[in-house]
Design a protein around this ligand. Structure first.
Ligand SMILES: [Zn+2]
Length: 336
């Protein structure tokens, strides 16, 4: 078994570029280096997003942060040492198929660590008051990863790591909202008994990964802080979106979070080859507005979002664009 590399990169916050924007963005070619071969979770997804954010002018309306790898201490809040060692061993062996749906290349563990570290860096800047919100256009996705194994294209529980990082910085309560078309089983599993970290998932059901029934509401002290909104295929979006808004408001009222974290998956788009819950691009704009309104009401506007799924490059890129635009506009900035 190979050890974790001794040259563990420190989680040194990258310098903050001079800009009046209150929205942070991590979107970097580093995240193309997780190579997956013939696979829906491909680097082409991110290539499309990078192109869209530049050509639309949205990237120029943000403050761009350089990616940073998560420290070992940060990862260990969610994943045990033996799993991190297994990831390092798979990576140094050149990768390959590590789970039914999940593949790695020779850089995948580093890229996944960088996804987690970059999300934590955005959280830090938002908690420091340098920005109101931010988005990490990173891959691989994270919300299916379990504490001790990869699952469903995911290696590390990126948003869970960010939630624990925020807690380690003194944040009392964190609300995680997941609108990926798949249930965020990994995130739910990690926080199922936690009263200070709430989790709300909107997803297609029945569907992969099979979890996320409305009856799954947490356990012990965490009872009631997990909320699932399973939607059968064919449910109209004008039914889904008001229910989502109502559920976000009710859980936020109960939890009174200091920070809103968002697992932003765009595979509910009606043309997505993997997901599809009948969404149009504009529906992701509505979802974003629901979330920025909740952040404004409960968290002083503090909202940090991370890319999860979305597998049709064009519609993914357009949906990410409307999401990022919503974050920028929530800070009070308007395009010139
Ligand atoms: Zn998904």
């Amino acid at each position: 078994m190979s050890a974790i590399p001794p040259t563990d990169p420190k989680s040194t916050p990258p310098p903050l570029p001079a800009s009046s924007s209150r929205t942070l963005l991590v979107a970097d070619p580093l995240f193309l280096e997780h190579r997956t071969g013939e696979h829906p979770e491909s680097p082409q997804r991110l290539t499309a997003i990078l192109g869209q954010l530049e050509s639309s002018g949205l990237a120029a309306r943000t403050r761009r942060l350089a990616p940073v790898a998560a420290s070992l201490e940060t990862l260990l809040r969610v994943h045990p040492t033996d799993y991190l060692e297994r990831l390092a061993a798979w990576e140094s062996a050149g990768g390959g198929q590590v789970e039914e749906d999940t593949v790695m290349s020779s850089r995948s563990a580093f890229v996944a660590r960088s996804a987690a570290g970059s999300l934590c860096a955005i959280v830090d800047r938002v908690l420091d008051g340098d920005a109101d919100n931010g988005f990490a256009a990173v891959r691989p996705p994270g919300h299916h990863a379990l504490a001790d194994r990869p699952m469903g294209f995911c290696l590390l529980g990126t948003i869970a790591i960010a939630a624990e990082h925020a807690r380690s910085r003194g944040v009392d309560r964190v609300l995680i909202v997941d609108f990926d078309v798949h249930h965020g089983n990994g995130t739910q599993d990690l926080f199922y008994d936690r009263e200070e970290i709430g989790f709300l998932s909107l997803h297609r059901f029945p569907f992969y990964p099979g979890t996320g029934a409305a009856t799954e509401t947490g356990t012990g002290r965490g009872l009631g802080t997990t909320v699932n909104l399973p939607m059968t295929f064919g449910t109209p979006t004008d039914t889904i979106l008001p229910r989502f808004a109502d559920a976000v408001e009710r859980l936020a009222e109960r939890l009174r979070p200091d920070l809103l974290l968002v697992s932003a998956g765009f595979d509910a788009h009606r043309l997505d080859p993997v997901g599809n819950l009948g969404f149009e691009v504009e529906d992701f704009g509505t979802i974003t507005r629901i979330l920025t309104d909740a952040a404004a009401r409960w968290c002083g506007g503090r909202l940090v979002s991370v890319l999860e799924g979305g597998y049709h490059p064009r519609w993914l890129a357009e949906s990410v664009g409307i999401h990022l635009q919503g974050l920028i506009e929530a800070t009070g900035e308007r395009s010139a």
